[in-house]
Design a binder for this molecule. Structure first.
Ligand code: PMP
Length: 304
């Protein structure tokens, strides 16, 4: 990743990709308190556009607020910077990674008296779980690792340190030959994937866990809006893993994973064991929206 051509926005200016470095005594590197976003830009008939840029930028700044990190840039500046990075790297479609971290002045637990830094990188990134996964669905395993408790981690934030829990879960599932992990909350109810929100479909209604322990996903929000617009009933509620075994369909949502059908959970086929019809409908509407092919969702796009 580090050794390539291109530009990264770092603390207010574009720097050469290979020079976008930090010191080894960077506070965030030791204690994990950094906040970030995953954003995608897509090719549209009007040009390259960032999907739901405002919502991602708002979540980034809220993540920083939760950790009392004083960011030197407002939302407008960060949105303009994200557009600038896509343009500077001449990317038609890409993934963007804004990151806010604590500097290297002082290495005690307290982050106070350290500088706060911001960077934005962008690069081409295809289907996160593979093109085949989007059509065929993936095999998922319930994790032995529990998702964050709301009062251990503050789950409205998207923070770097939280992802050690995701990595443990993903490592375990993929080492056992599955594609992704499903994490349960501290009470044993379905929470989310290692980097995705989760949905099930039963008798024509879409269900998703409420936001107690999972990330307030922007794709999740898009799915709920799309489903409502399609006249498909949606409900946020507690879901058990055996409810998922017996569902007609299931899928993950996320900026990286987009809409990925879930074929089986813990070796129980979900529905027909293939992408279900409602999942397909949501997926098609979502891909039309991000590609600027559905005027109803034009307001979700920001041309770079
Ligand atoms: N949950 C977790 C743990 C994630 O990392 C992500 C990816 N950001 C999501 C859910 C999905 O969120 P979004 O749709 O905003 O990308």
């Amino acid at each position: 990743m580090a050794d390539r051509d291109g530009s990264i926005w770092m603390d207010g200016k574009l720097v050469d990709w290979r020079s976008a470095n930090v010191h080894v005594l960077t506070h965030s590197l030791h204690y994990g308190m950094a906040v970030f976003e995953g954003v995608r830009a897509y090719k549209t008939p009007e040009g390259t556009a960032i999907f739901r840029l405002q919502e991602h930028t708002r979540r980034l700044l809220n993540s920083a607020k939760i950790f009392q990190m004083k960011v030197g840039y407002d939302a407008d500046t960060l949105m303009a910077a994200q557009c600038e990075v896509v343009r500077a790297n001449k990317l038609e479609s890409c993934y963007l990674r804004p990151l806010i971290w604590v500097g290297s002045e002082k290495l005690g637990i307290s982050a106070r008296d350290n500088t706060i830094h911001t960077a934005i990188a962008a690069w081409s990134w295809g289907a996160y779980l593979g093109e085949e996964a989007l059509a065929q669905g993936i095999r998922v395993k319930t994790s032995s690792f529990t998702r964050h408790h709301v009062n251990v981690s503050l789950v409205r934030a998207k923070a770097s340190g939280y992802y050690i829990n995701s990595i443990l879960a993903n490592q375990e599932a993929t080492a056992l030959g599955y594609d992704e992990a499903l994490l349960l909350d501290t009470e044993g109810y379905v929470s989310e994937g290692s980097g995705e929100n989760v949905f099930v479909v039963r008798d024509g209604t879409i269900y998703t866990p409420d936001l107690a322990s999972c990330l307030d996903g922007i794709t999740r929000n898009s799915v709920l809006q799309i489903a409502t617009d399609l006249g498909i009933p949606v409900r946020e509620k507690r879901i058990t893993r055996d409810e998922m075994y017996c569902a007609d369909e299931a899928f993950f949502s996320g900026t990286a994973a987009e809409i990925t059908p879930i074929r089986s959970l813990d070796d129980r086929e979900i529905g027909s064991g293939a992408r279900g019809p409602i999942t397909k409908q949501i997926q098609e509407t979502f891909f039309a929206a991000v590609a600027g092919k559905n005027p109803k969702y034009r307001h979700w796009l920001t041309l770079v």
